[in-house]
Ligand binder design. Structure first.
Ligand code: GAL
Length: 799
């Protein structure tokens, strides 16, 4: 081993100095300067087409989010009732004469959906799957020098309904232009694994597949860079075969984990006659993990629970157009709650989500499909299954397999084939496809039939990990019923809540009835759901019910709460005008619902004391006061200075409760450990709405035309107390070096558009999302509402 390391070092010095990189690949972002037309015009594929009247825009772009909510839209309420249809994108561009001897590729990270692409009038192909990344080779059709090229993309999302949630429409992910030499490392051609890892050393294996046509005089150099960019290991191999296996040993490696997400880079250089003719850098992390039928999950030898949430891909008011800061904010909010894992429900995610999870320390369950051959909605992916599922699954695994965050592949969510014997054959086929490309991670499927004898996907014997959706009632007996199997809760809870809405009393649990066609029995006329964790879908549970079980048994490796954030669409349990989901721990605008603090008290060690509801009720009304707390043995609550009792969690309790006759004033709570005060908090009765307050999550952003500042809009009384039950219209004016990108308030039923300069607050809170321009300077945000003192906030946008 030592010798191998020295040899590696020797080669590293031998090669590094003489190989220069000026001729290697160039990857450019291809998002700017597009033209867009909402509608269909088949002649728009022609090179000479006149698009001068089309709208100018930059990608990523989701045209649905710009539209109006309407239950007559063919997307239906399930997709949030936003419009879909067809659209065209075109872009003119030049390619320098110096690229004549090169290859030029266009890489789409994802287009929803049925995209077709033409370059200079030549048809490049179609890709039905709206979540998959794909590449076309532009080389044979390009013009060089000053001559214009035109790329045309047709997107057809008119085949509705095709989803059970909001998908967005258009080129909603990034587009890249990659220029390489004629001999190059093909896309996704290297697979990096760490077959041997311990605290003292790790072996990094790099397996690269080159096309058969490649010249055998080449060398492939692989270098490992630490997080400071220092080379810490390297090796060079002669390219003798189409498959090149390289191994590099590192001493004292820094391991990747959710608390210490240390990343290395692997730099690959293809070398011909001492010149680097292609290079490609990818991120890697050194970690090992295992699932054990008795002990559950462990990462780097340390047992831990997978504390996950499922996420759909929309970013609330921004729709599905990818924005790195929007995804990062979502992950930060979840990280603060103690969440350490994400399930990409129910499709391949944006690459940026995976990059952020690598960097921020989240485990990922990377999911492929929501259906196989059998449909869930009329025009969903089942129509493309026959022709595309092999290629789509292969491409997903090839694209994503180098991410250290990914710990499992899911071949499907609640697939209908689990109920018949095709579940066996297709299940085996898909697992085989994954394993051929990556045998280092377990493959699971999110099963909704928990009977091992009846479930054909389970019966296929192909799954490494049993993924159960809901059915928490079978968890305790899992080991008996599934002998020797390992389990993860792939989807749990489906509890329902509206942020800031409370129905009394709170101590009985209500399930959404089985007849899914009717709204929640005894539902609220304003289509709200109480935020005391006591309402759930009939197939699920409250948050507390399932977490208590997962917590109790070591063999239960973890869970994925449905869902981390509310998402557009699937507004169970209500009919229109409900248009977004109630399942989130956090609302659509990113404001935590109360149960967020239950998780925080359980999933983190930071001190938590959260009491609710707000303190604006009718005098004499009986109010249930709940507290989530940790790091303490008791909580005492005081109403206007008078103790209303000391409460302690007993047994497996996750909260305490007082039932109090309401009187206005101050409700205070104090948590104590061994008699010492740990935390104090209070809710105060608000007076009449008096003024608006604006608070930025970041008061300094980057002047790159992409970065975002999320501004929380609150309505306060004269004494700066937040008014909890106000729903007033607020008008915004944004000037300077930024724009108002979107507005929201987290309400599940508000049909006013997200792209607007005004919006109501909901239960006292609103959100304005500000985006920088590419020029640095101040951004001034003004907010005004009838009868309220207006507010002004300045944020800085800098280079
Ligand atoms: C599950 C399904 C999810 C979502 C959820 C709502 O059965 O997998 O996609 O529909 O129900 O409770």
């Amino acid at each position: 081993m030592r010798l191998c390391y020295l040899y590696t070092l020797f080669l590293m010095f031998f090669v590094v100095d003489f190989a220069s990189a000026q001729n290697a690949r160039k990857t450019e972002n291809f998002n700017t300067g597009w033209k867009f037309f909402l509608g269909d015009d088949t002649t728009a594929k022609q090179a000479k087409y006149d698009d001068s009247r089309w709208r100018k825009l930059d990608l990523p772009h989701d045209w649905s989010i710009e539209g109006k909510f309407d239950d007559k839209n063919p997307t239906t309420q399930a997709e949030g009732g936003l419009p879909a249809g067809k659209g065209w994108y075109r872009k003119n561009f030049v390619i320098p004469a110096s690229s004549k001897s090169k290859n030029v590729f266009i890489d789409f990270d994802g287009v929803y959906h049925n995209s077709e692409v033409w370059i200079n009038g030549h048809y490049l192909g179609k890709r039905p799957n709206g979540y998959i990344s794909f590449r076309y080779d532009l080389t044979p059709y390009l013009k060089f020098g000053a001559r214009q090229n035109v790329i045309a993309v047709r997107v057809d999302n008119s085949d509705q309904p095709n989803s059970r949630w909001y998908t967005g429409s258009g080129i909603y992910r990034n587009v890249w232009l990659t220029t390489t030499n004629k001999t190059y490392l093909p896309q996704w051609s290297s697979f990096i694994t760490t077959p041997q890892v311990d605290q003292q050393s790790a072996t990094i294996n790099i397996r690269t597949v080159l096309p058969g046509s490649v010249n055998r005089e080449l060398k492939l150099k692989a270098s490992i860079l630490d997080d400071k960019g220092e080379v810490v290991g390297a090796t060079v191999s002669a390219v003798k075969d189409t498959v090149i296996q390289q191994g590099i040993q590192l001493n004292n490696p820094q391991l990747w984990s959710v608390n210490h997400p240390y990343l290395y880079k692997v730099k690959l250089q293809l070398i011909a006659a001492d010149q680097v003719i292609d290079d490609y850098t990818t991120t890697t992390g050194i970690r090992y993990f295992s699932f054990d039928a008795d002990k559950g999950f462990s990462l780097n030898g340390v047992p831990m629970k997978i504390l996950g949430v499922c996420l759909h891909h929309d970013q609330g008011a921004l729709g599905t157009a990818v924005n790195v800061r929007a995804i990062e904010r979502q992950l930060q909010i979840l990280k603060d709650m103690g969440c350490n894992a994400i399930r990409t429900a129910h499709n391949p995610p944006a690459p940026e989500l995976l990059d952020l999870c690598d960097k921020m320390g989240f485990l990922i369950m990377d999911e492929a499909f929501d259906m196989w051959k059998k449909k869930k909605s009329k025009h969903d992916y089942h129509e493309d299954w026959g022709e595309w599922h092999v290629k789509d699954l292969q491409d997903q695994v090839l694209r994503d397999r180098n991410h250290p965050s990914i710990f499992a592949w899911s071949i499907g969510n609640e697939i209908r084939e689990q109920f018949d014997s095709t579940g066996v054959s297709i299940g085996r086929e898909l697992v085989k496809i994954v394993k051929q490309l990556d045998s280092t991670r377990p493959v699971t499927s999110a099963l909704s039939d928990a009977d091992p004898k009846r479930n054909f996907i389970y019966q296929s014997g192909a799954l490494d990990l049993v993924g159960l959706n809901y059915h928490q009632e079978v968890y305790a007996d899992f080991q008996k019923n599934y002998p020797g199997q390992k389990i993860i809760g792939t989807e749990n809870m489906s509890a329902l809540a509206t942020r800031g809405h409370y129905d009394m009393p709170s101590d009985s649990i209500r399930r959404w009835p089985k007849d899914s066609k009717t709204p929640l029995k005894d539902g609220n006329v304003d289509f709200t759901v109480s935020a005391y964790d006591n309402v759930s879908a009939y197939w699920g549970s409250t948050h507390e019910e399932t977490w208590k079980i997962i917590k109790e048994y070591d063999f239960l490796s973890g869970l994925f709460v449905w869902t981390g954030f509310d998402y557009i669409g699937e507004p169970t349990p209500y009919l229109w005008p409900a248009r977004s989901s109630y399942f989130g721990i956090v609302d659509l605008a990113g404001f935590p619902k109360d149960v967020y603090y239950m998780y925080q008290s359980e999933w983190t060690s930071k001190p938590v004391l959260h009491i609710f509801p707000h303190w604006n009720w009718k005098p004499g009304q009986l109010i249930d006061v709940w507290a989530y707390y940790n790091n303490a043995d008791e909580v005492e609550a005081f109403l206007n200075g008078k103790s209303i009792g000391v409460k302690k969690k007993n047994g497996d309790d996750l909260h305490v409760m007082w039932r109090v006759k309401y009187e206005p004033g101050i409700l205070k709570a104090v948590s104590r450990r061994n008699g010492e005060v740990v935390m104090t908090t209070q809710v105060v009765t608000a007076g009449a709405p008096y003024k608006i307050q604006l608070k930025a999550d970041r008061s300094k952003i980057k002047a790159d035309g992409k970065d975002l500042s999320y501004i929380t809009v609150s309505v306060l009384d004269k004494n700066n107390v937040p008014v909890p039950d106000v729903n007033q219209l607020v008008k915004f004016k944004v000037t300077g070096r930024g724009i108002l990108k979107a507005v929201d308030n987290g309400s599940q039923t508000d049909l006013d558009p997200f792209v607007s300069n005004q919006h109501r607050v909901f239960n006292g809170l609103g959100l304005a999302i500000i985006q920088s321009k590419s020029v640095a300077g101040e951004i001034i945000i003004k907010a005004a509402a009838d009868g309220l003192q207006s507010a002004r906030l300045i944020i800085e946008s800098a280079r």
